[in-house]
Design a protein around this ligand. Structure first.
Ligand code: NAD
Ligand code: MG
Length: 384
């Protein structure tokens, strides 16, 4: 076995994908890039392919296939296009770890396919677990696949659990920055525009997750993600707002002891931990300075104003296909908000209405999830 880990990066042109390549660039002795995939930004995908020389590149958007193929003609790199191709190439023998960093429901199929082939997963795509957490975790167990969390809160919990995997968790606290509208009321929120919502105080991320962070849906999705990753009951998961984003999350054990993981907000750290596990690799990321942070503060989340978080808890408690409905409705609502078609508060209206309307399925199959996603999108589009 080679010492280097061979990585496939799904969504390499995104915020997580590009930061993962930064980590790999700084650790060339530890990793090789086997596969890169992108969707819209063909030029960046080409540039990445020329720099990292992967075995295979996939452009999800089939219209751009010839463009990418021509640009890489003089390189020894295979080029494919389309969603199906992503789900196929992740099964290549030469891949050790798949970094799932596609955004939204679109990442589900390829992640399942990689697990089916026994690949270790570094999971950024939280929607995968929100939509079909039961199927994904069951399949991972069957195939002996570990899901290494990339989401900073879940990486924090995972880091706190190192050496404690046999010890029962009493509860976990997921920290939330509160986003750009922390402390605001509904009157204020009814007027906000996407430009304001896209300005996150602590993190630079893709557009969808940035809107989710402003509406607290991101924390709602993370609660459901945590339930599946750590095998918790809903009542064991709490959310606490921590505006400085230094404490990334907290585990409370059965003896009452609490462990937290801390550091400056920088996604490169959880990405590096997930793909480098079990090793902590040296890094030159900026270090935390206590003098610059005289106070770390904590406050409860305002679920009356930010209804998405309450809706996510509701969907988690209901179970079955409810979180899948929540996710699909939210994806449509966020896309509509980004096109100025609906206001900020209406995003929660769309999600709530879909949760009430779509038929509940207690034990969904994969086909049920696909159908639920489709049906919810149809209803949400109609509402908009
Ligand atoms: P992004 O929008 O910056 O990047 C998304 C990537 O997915 C791009 O490479 C894009 O080309 C690709 N993609 C989009 N639609 C696709 C489709 N239909 N088919 C195939 N590929 C497609 O998003 P991001 O911020 O990097 O987030 C990626 C995932 O990681 C999300 O699930 C997000 O919730 C999660 N995450 C992100 C951060 C962060 O800091 N950005 C933190 C925690 C978790
Ligand atoms: Mg997070």
């Amino acid at each position: 076995m080679s010492e280097k880990k061979n990585i496939a990066i799904l969504g390499s042109t995104g915020s997580i994908g590009t930061q993962a390549l930064d980590v790999i660039r700084a650790n060339k002795d530890s990793f090789t890039v086997e596969v890169l995939t992108g969707n819209g930004n063909a030029d960046l995908l080409i540039k990445q392919a020329i720099e990292f020389d992967p075995n295979t590149v996939v452009i999800a958007d089939e219209i751009k296939y010839q463009y990418v193929k021509d640009a890489l003609a003089s390189h020894d790199i295979k080029v494919f296009a389309g969603k199906k191709a992503i789900a196929e190439v992740v099964q290549m023998d030469s891949i050790d770890t798949v970094l799932a960093a596609i955004v939204g429901y679109a990442g589900l199929e390829s992640t399942l396919s990689a697990i089916n082939a026994g690949k270790q997963i570094a999971l950024a795509n939280k929607e995968t677990l929100v939509v079909a957490g039961d199927l994904v975790t069951k399949l991972a167990k069957e195939k002996g696949v570990n899901l290494y969390p990339v989401d900073s809160e879940h990486s924090a919990i995972f880091q706190c659990l190192a050496g404690e995997f046999h010890n029962p968790i009493e509860k976990i606290y997921l920290t939330a920055s509160g986003g750009p509208f922390r402390g605001k009321d509904k009157t204020f929120l009814s007027t906000v525009k996407k430009e304001q919502a896209l300005k996150h105080p602590n993190w630079e991320m893709g557009a969808k997750i940035t809107i989710d962070s402003a509406s607290l849906m991101n924390k709602g999705l993370e609660v459901i993600e945590a339930k599946w990753l750590f095998g918790l009951k809903p009542e064991q998961i709490d959310v606490i707002v921590h505006p400085q984003s230094i404490v990334h999350s907290i585990v409370q054990f059965t003896d009452g002891s609490m462990k937290a993981q801390m550091g400056l907000p920088d996604m490169k750290l959880p990405i590096q931990y997930a793909i480098g596990y079990p090793n902590r690799m040296k890094s030159d990321f900026p270090r935390f300075d206590f003098i610059k942070y005289p106070q770390l503060t904590f406050e409860p989340a305002d679920t009356k104003t930010f209804r998405n978080l309450a809706l996510a808890f509701e969907a988690m408690n209901k179970g079955g296909n409810a979180p899948c409905v929540l996710n699909a409705a939210n994806e449509i609502a966020v896309a509509a908000f980004l096109k100025d078609k609906i206001g900020f508060l209406q995003m929660s209206d769309v999600v709530e209405k879909c949760l009430q309307t779509v038929a509940h399925i207690a034990k969904p199959s994969y086909a049920d999830y696909v159908e639920t996603d489709k049906e919810t999108r149809r209803i949400a589009e109609e509402l908009i």
